[in-house]
Design a protein around this ligand. Sequence first.
Ligand SMILES: Cc1cc2nc3c(=O)[nH]c(=O)nc-3n(C[C@H](O)[C@H](O)[C@H](O)COP(=O)(O)OP(=O)(O)OC[C@H]3O[C@@H](n4cnc5c(N)ncnc54)[C@H](O)[C@@H]3O)c2cc1C
Length: 407
Amino acid sequence: MSATREVDVLVVGAGPAGLAAAARLAAAGVGRVEVLDREQEAGGVPRHCAHGGYGTLLHPLTGPAYARLLITAAERAGAVVRTGVTALDWAGPLALHTVGPRGPETIGARAVVLATGARERPRAARLVPGTRPAGVYTTGELQQAVHLYGQRIGSRAVVVGAEDVSYAAADTVRTAGAAVVAMTTDLPRARTAPARALDTRLRRGIPLLTGTTVTELVGHGRLSGVRVRHHDGRTATLPCDTVVFTGDFVPDHELARRGGLTLDAGTRGPAVDGSLHTSRPGVFAVGSVLHAVESAATAAREGAHAAGAVLERLAGAERHEGVPLIAEPPLCRIVPNRVTPGDRLPYVLRTATPLTRPVLRVTQNGRLLHRERRWTPTALPNRTLTLTAGWTGRVDPKGGPVRVTIS
Ligand SMILES: Cc1cc2nc3c(=O)[nH]c(=O)nc-3n(C[C@H](O)[C@H](O)[C@H](O)COP(=O)(O)OP(=O)(O)OC[C@H]3O[C@@H](n4cnc5c(N)ncnc54)[C@H](O)[C@@H]3O)c2cc1C
């Protein structure tokens, strides 16, 4: 029989999104704000990203330094951060079964914020055939092994993927003292900044095999190589003892799914309105669980934004659900997925195909609400696109869905 306890706001996940939400809520004087994380240390993904790339342009930080900053801010504001505690399932509309060092416990709240992050699809989910040897990682597993536990990973690695996170994985492999034999992608080019791709290839001597698919893992006990197929049909075996499957993130949406929350088909995370309110009253969602994966600054901004909406709810404000917001192909997703007049949170989108000089258009029932030319010359898959929210005041709350197109 588990004990039952009540808090004011329960935040599940102590990454940038959950910590930012907790910091704002606690600073606003909400009674007990409790943040749970299943890991032994709070901070989420940045905790094991030893590279820079966090913080701001003026104050760049490594991942662990950024994580410490957010934890300190949340705790100083008065939030209680509890680690080693996993939220297992729902015990009611606003209550969760948890298990932690104190054993099982049921925690009820006046509002719940889901900030459970995202996970990379492992080798099995990518349906890569072959044996099941040691030496097969996702980026997260690799970074935890190297940066948190100081483990040896092997001596020759193949990195599967060629996006930002893949290059971060290649850096981690080198930090661990291993060589990157090759990076592979089934796409025609890398999906990172051209300068980064060039630097990796020329200065670090890591070849990028484009148009190349990993077709099989080879080796008994320990990995001994990966078989690849080029787009022209040629095949080869790359000898290696380590392979890292990078990118290909999916939201960690298990709690949302178990709770019967509406999921968005484009993101596979919970569907949310402009306040980041899910389909269940009192349950909010923020960060990578909504869109796997954008920057930590985006996750933290959403945490702080949702906190504002939680405060309004606790003060008894009425909820406006708004109308659906639909991203038309080649756009493949947009967050938030509903819109109400007056929403202020910028939208994050992704395109499925590359586009030059992209222009975004927002319409409702054929009426043009907004047109926005992107300042970047191209829009690329796996790169964030944003859409400002200044047009939402023109939305008819009784009209049909609002559509976003790109050309
Ligand atoms: C390899 C890699 C490199 C990156 N590099 C950068 C970078 O340089 N700059 C940048 O801005 N962004 C970077 N990002 C993205 C950035 O880390 C994410 O945007 C950010 O971590 C998202 O924050 P979050 O709070 O939504 O999720 P997360 O950081 O994933 O945190 C979610 C937390 O929820 C916890 N959790 C999940 N389920 C449960 C449960 N049931 N019970 C209890 N706890 C649970 C998890 O343990 C985790 O701690 C990188 C991401 C990766 C994967």
